[in-house]
Design a protein around this ligand. Structure first.
Ligand SMILES: Cc1ncc(COP(=O)(O)O)c(C=O)c1O
Length: 485
């Protein structure tokens, strides 16, 4: 008779959990300082896993060893202190425990009775996250996989509530063309959403920004007036609370007032910057966010929760439910209600993982005060790097630093703009290959900048100082190589 049970014995299970624990321990005690980018070519990474689909199972201890050597070996060390790329948090160790327990429980919170605990914990987390950032805690919400999905979902809520009810049945044909407004610094997830929601890329109005990369509200109003006069249907104004490029925060109060005056849905993308609203030092920048009809905030960015966890918050719960509630026969049960919430009515996904556990355990284990202090530490790291850049004679700051992103470029005295452009493009790649630190390049006002994002409490002041030293070193190598050619 073939072996049907996939489980270990309880004793074996514990042995393997200990073994996995050792892999994690080694990662955090010995490998955080390892080179950040593993430096392997795609073929080399594939080579580690060029294997046939196994007909017979692999020994679990051997499998865990393969993870320890090959999977960890080919991973970018973004949990380490020297990773500054994109907006990638370093996670936290309480959440490692949460993820293990969540996988063990394998809850599916599509309906209340399929997971009472994950449903209620998710509602609690939505309330806590709202409280943390100063959003009304009567809001409804859901924890989704990422900011892109979350922004897509919120634009869908805006569309549903701003357009006639029969659009859901009849589709977009015959509807007035919709328009959505965001600053030229808005995240690309809005372009994707505008495309997929039938709004159209051309109808996503990218409003120019001021010298601090904040939306020009005078131009916004002009554009809305112009669109109204031409028969467009403005459905959403988006405020950015922490742009991806430089961390700029729009004037959220003024945007709220404009949205109110015109009767347009007001969405705030606080995917990255949102948690900083809780701080005494920069909280004032976020005033007005509480007036938004919907907000996106990613615990997997600046609340140090490991991937994936992005919250949508919608001020009027019924507007969220109206968008996503659809109950087929096979999901019709326990109709007596009794205060039960079926999360499938508040989100696009039906099945999803128990994301609330890691967010709840993170908030509970560290507490709001410690998280605020940690976020403040990240802001100070970014400010410290900006000061080092300003005090140097070979680097140049490219944008203000309102939160925890510092954009700068290498440009010693005497280097012209064209050479600086070329050098910084080369540097971004050469720094990745060098592996001591990891950062990415972007364009600031059309010029290539090196961009560092600080959302990792493992980064110290000394690490910040090392950034410019490493770049100078890499620059010397680049120069040497060019002179050899
Ligand atoms: C402002 C902003 N919105 C949305 C997103 C998309 O979030 P995610 O990467 O979780 O899809 C990002 C990502 O960096 C972001 O910075």
């Amino acid at each position: 008779m073939a072996e049907k049970n996939l489980d270990f014995t309880p004793e074996q299970l514990e042995v393997y959990i200990r073994h996995a624990g050792k892999v994690i321990r080694e990662l955090y005690s010995e490998k955080l300082e390892r080179r950040v980018f593993p430096g392997m070519e795609p073929d080399k990474v594939m080579g580690l896993f060029r294997e046939q689909l196994p007909e017979e199972g692999f020994d679990i201890s051997d499998l865990l060893e393969k993870v320890r050597t090959d999977v960890v070996g080919a991973a970018t060390m973004n949990i380490g202190p020297h990773y500054y790329g994109y907006i990638t948090g370093g996670g936290n160790q309480v959440a490692i425990l949460a993820e293990m327990l969540s996988a063990a429980l394998n809850q599916n919170n599509l309906k209340w009775h399929s997971s009472p605990v994950s449903t209620e914990l998710e509602k609690l987390v939505i309330r806590w996250v709202s409280q943390f950032i100063g959003y009304p805690d009567s809001a409804a919400g859901a924890i989704l996989d990422g900011g892109s999905t979350a922004n897509f979902n919120c634009l869908a809520v805006a569309r549903k509530n701003m357009m006639p009810d029969h659009m859901s049945r009849k589709g977009l044909s015959g509807m007035p063309p919709m328009t959505v407004y965001v600053s030229a610094e808005g995240h690309s997830s809005f372009d994707k959403a505008a495309d997929m929601l039938g709004i159209g890329l051309d109808n996503l109005r990218k409003i120019p920004v001021d010298d601090r990369f904040r939306i020009r509200t005078d131009l916004l109003k002009k554009q809305v007036d112009d669109d109204l006069s031409k028969g467009f249907r403005p459905i959403c104004i988006i405020g950015i609370a922490g742009t991806t490029n430089s961390g700029a925060v729009d004037d959220l109060t003024e945007l709220a007032e404009i949205a109110k005056d015109y009767g347009i849905w007001y969405h705030v993308d606080a995917a990255y910057g949102g948690p900083a609203a809780a701080l005494d030092s920069v909280g004032y920048l976020f005033e007005g966010m509480e007036m938004a009809d919907s907000v996106v905030i990613n615990p997997h960015k600046w609340l140090y929760v490991p991937f994936e966890a992005a919250c949508i918050l919608v001020k009027e719960p019924e507007k969220l439910r109206k968008t996503f509630s659809l109950i087929p026969d096979y999901l019709r049960s326990n109709e007596d209600g009794g205060g039960r919430t079926d999360l499938m009515e508040y989100q696009l996904p039906l099945t999803k993982s128990f994301k609330a556990l890691k967010v709840w355990m993170t908030l509970k284990a560290y507490g709001a005060k410690r998280l605020r202090d940690t976020i403040q530490g990240d802001i100070e790291n970014a400010g410290y790097l900006a000061r080092l850049v300003q005090d140097s004679d070979d680097f140049e700051q490219m944008a203000p630093v309102p939160l925890s992103i510092t954009c700068f470029r290498y440009r010693p005295e005497g280097m012209n703009d064209e050479d600086a452009e070329l050098m910084n493009r080369k540097l971004a790649h050469a720094i990745e290959q060098d592996g001591r630190i990891f950062l990415t390049a972007t364009k600031i006002s059309g010029k290539t900048a090196l961009r560092t994002c600080f959302i990792n409490p493992r980064t110290t002041k000394k690490d910040v100082e090392w950034i410019l030293e490493v770049i100078r070193d890499v620059e010397a190598d680049v120069m040497q190589q060019s002179s050899r050619k």
